[in-house]
Design a protein around this ligand. Structure first.
Ligand code: HAM
Length: 427
């Protein structure tokens, strides 16, 4: 049997409604914040990610799905969306047309990671980018946008972790001090951290290994290296979150795995999903667009949420986004003529926007009733010889078992009022 590739998943009809629910909530919140959708290709020139995300990051170093196409060009399945959005902004001069750009996206991303619960090789992100503003108001908007999605999904078991990586000068000062501190302790660090000492020392702060944590206890702190500009920026972001009643936890070891960040870095963390504890994250990337060839420096800030992880947490919290689609009406005809009448009536009901389902296998009355039950139809219409003669149909309300006769001419109107009367009262 041919099965899905490890780390990828089918989203089956029994679960796709939940996906749609999450995506709809995200799009609805995006509208509240005045963001518009952008769709970019699934694959890009490899150089975009190598340059944009950073050669020394795990994503570029180990996790990219890169291949040569038949023309010999190196292309990569997108591992994230910030670099493609930045590329699109430069290519289409989007910032020159207006002063800021506010976009959202939703779709599959690809990273060759070791699959486990909450970590996949094809996964899905909903994300947003706000370009063109170097003002902390933009940071607060983006964080509030991400936070509002989690709250609109009714999720509660998460925390917002916040940090600042400062401006370039502060970060360089800190990098220098950190390397000077860690170098004499090098042999006590894990192999991964020893490698990072040479390539990407800030990422060592992120280490979960006890031996690294022990050494890091006395390490210099990024907050001690921040200059006035960086401190003032961070203070404003915190103030703007506070006035919106968005709770956050300051976490100095939050450095994020992508190279493009400066100033604000944040993650939405949960302790309900084991080691894959980040529901989403983001930050400011003021240098990215220049690095990708923009004529003017264009600042930006954004976030990405992992849809699979949102769904896992919804499950943990025994909540669901959206509603499983159930038929409004299941139509049963008792003989061939009646079945044809069911087909005619179903077409009429569908044109009135009802979800109307008919048997497509010529099964017995009992089997059709069983299916109507299994599908959770609200109403069942039964048409037999008697109903054909009187130009009526029998309508059974499944929740109560009540059965009534409705004249054909009244059907759409009457069914709508029966359905309304039998709708569950919203909680
Ligand atoms: P990221 O932290 O690499 O950031 O990914 C964002 C979120 O995507 C993670 O917090 C996680 O929920 C989800 N995610 C990442 N990798 C996987 C995986 N292998 N399986 C399942 N879920 C995963 C970014 O991608 C940045 N582009 C975010 C950003 C936007 N920064 C600024 N703008």
């Amino acid at each position: 049997m041919i099965r899905v590739v490890p780390g990828t998943k089918d989203i089956l009809p029994s679960e796709s409604w939940q996906w749609q629910g999450v995506e709809q909530v995200c799009a609805k919140v995006a509208r509240r914040y005045g963001f518009h959708e952008i769709r970019t290709p699934i694959f890009e020139e490899t150089e975009l990610f190598a340059r944009g995300i950073g050669e020394t990051t795990d994503i570029v170093g180990k996790e990219m799905y890169t291949f040569s196409d038949k023309g010999g060009d190196s292309v990569t399945l997108r591992p994230e969306m910030t670099a493609p959005v930045a590329r699109a902004v430069i290519q289409h001069s989007l910032i020159e047309e207006s002063t800021t750009l506010k976009v959202w996206y939703s779709g599959p991303m690809f990273r060759y990671e070791r699959p486990q619960k909450g970590r996949y090789r094809q996964f899905h992100q909903f994300g947003a980018e706000l370009l063109g503003s170097a003002n902390p108001v933009a940071d607060a908007e983006i964080i509030a946008f991400g936070y509002s999605i989690l709250r609109a999904l009714d999720l509660t078991q998460f925390e917002l972790h916040l940090n600042t990586l400062g401006n370039t000068a502060s970060r360089e000062k800190f990098r220098h001090e950190l390397v000077a501190f860690l170098t004499p302790h090098k042999d006590g660090l894990t192999q991964t951290s020893q490698n990072r000492l040479l390539t990407n020392p800030l990422r060592i702060l992120d280490s979960k290994a006890e031996q690294d944590k022990e050494i890091l206890k006395n390490a210099p702190r990024l907050s001690d290296c921040l200059d006035d500009e960086s401190t003032a920026f961070y203070e404003q972001v915190k103030e703007l979150l506070t006035i919106q009643n968005i709770p956050f936890i300051e976490n100095q070891s939050l450095v994020r795995g992508l190279d493009y960040y400066s100033h604000t870095a944040f993650e939405f963390i949960t302790d309900k999903l084991g080691s894959q504890n980040a529901l989403g994250g983001g930050g400011r990337y003021d240098g990215l667009l220049s690095m990708l060839g923009a004529k003017n420096a264009i600042p930006g800030i954004g976030f990405g949420l992992g849809i699979e992880r949102l769904l896992l947490l919804l499950g943990e919290e025994a909540k669901a986004a959206g509603e499983e689609q159930k038929p409004d009406i299941y139509l049963i005809g008792l003989d061939k003529v009646c079945r044809n009448e069911c087909i005619r009536l179903a077409a009429e009901l569908r044109s009135e926007d009802f979800c109307a389902v008919i048997d497509v296998q010529n099964r017995s009355f009992k089997a059709q009733m069983r299916e109507a039950n299994k599908l959770g139809a609200t109403l069942v219409i039964i048409i037999g010889e008697g109903e054909m003669q009187t130009q009526t149909c029998s309508v059974k309300v499944m929740a109560t078992g009540e059965q009534i006769s409705v004249a054909n001419i009244d059907i759409p109107h009457k069914l709508r009022s029966i359905m309304l009367a039998n709708m569950p009262i919203p909680q």
